[in-house]
Design a binder for this molecule. Structure first.
Ligand code: SF4
Length: 192
């Protein structure tokens, strides 16, 4: 099960409602759960989420270059990349290597090189970078923003898949979550 939240506040940033929700689900059914939130203000939330039944965690960078982050997600960009990296370390210490992941949307302005460079850094931390092509959705502010070309994705996914394979950080080993589902990216097909 994938359980996501927006940013309901600027303190726990969704961790508290995920705890409450995971506890209720686990009381009814023993289903692997991935929680998804922004890095909370206290790393203690990672232990709380794990104790409440969250098996794996997603904290989504979305974009990796400062200019793109500020343009695409001015609110979320308030949390620095450095804070994300610290939070990834703290979360991996709780959930384990390969049980923490991050969504990165290709096609919003980051270069393929920037995405691969950050991905390499994440893989070294034990974090799975789930790189997904951006898809414009009608009725949203980015409805006219183009999706990346297949050629652009081909600059990223085969190389990233090989990096993941070499690090033995595989989507199939994640207990639950987007990388395990894999429906939004062809990345898993390059891990084999
Ligand atoms: S990969 Fe896509 S379809 Fe699968 S759980 Fe995540 S958002 Fe949903």
């Amino acid at each position: 099960m994938v359980m996501t939240t927006g940013t309901p506040n600027l303190t726990d940033r969704g961790a508290a409602i995920l705890c409450e929700s995971a506890q209720a689900v686990k009381a009814a059914v023993d289903l692997p759960i991935q929680g998804q939130c922004e890095p909370p203000d206290e790393d203690l939330w990672f232990q709380r989420m794990k104790a409440c039944g969250i098996d794996s965690l997603g904290m989504h960078l979305e974009a990796v270059t400062p200019e793109v982050r500020a343009r695409i997600m001015p609110g979320k960009a308030g949390l620095t990349m450095a804070r994300y990296m610290d939070a990834f370390d703290a979360a991996v210490a709780v959930f384990g290597r390969g049980q923490v992941s991050t969504y990165i949307l290709a096609g919003l302005g980051d270069t393929a090189e920037a995405i691969l460079e950050v991905s390499q850094h994440l893989i070294a931390k034990g974090v799975y970078p789930f790189v997904v092509p951006f898809v414009p959705i009608t009725g949203t502010p980015l409805e006219n923003h183009p999706a990346p070309t297949p050629a652009f994705m081909a600059q990223i996914l085969p190389t990233l898949g090989a990096m993941l394979k070499q690090a033995r950080l595989l989507s199939q080993d994640i207990k639950a979550g987007c990388a395990k589902c894999g429906a939004c990216s062809a990345l898993a097909s390059y891990e084999v």
